[in-house]
Design a protein around this ligand. Structure first.
Ligand SMILES: [Cu+2]
Length: 69
């Protein structure tokens, strides 16, 4: 398992956090959102999911991933 920290623009409330967490669950990752820091921690299996898939899942919900690492 691998965990990455993504800085995400546009998250403002619990609805945003839920939308992102659910989108990550749908691709088989586990997301944890920190609204104050505008950070999403994603835990995933490297052999199954790519970082770009994680970014895409977040951006499809309407948020901007400004950095991932
Ligand atoms: Cu919101």
């Amino acid at each position: 398992m691998q965990t990455i920290t993504l800085h995400v623009k546009g998250m403002s409330c619990g609805h945003c956090a839920n939308a992102i967490q659910q989108a990550l669950t749908e691709i088989g990752a586990k997301g944890q959102v920190n609204l104050e820091q505008a950070v999403v921690s994603a835990t995933y299996e490297e052999s199954k999911i790519s970082v770009s898939a994680i970014k895409e899942a977040i951006e499809e919900q309407g948020y901007e991933v400004v950095s991932a690492g």
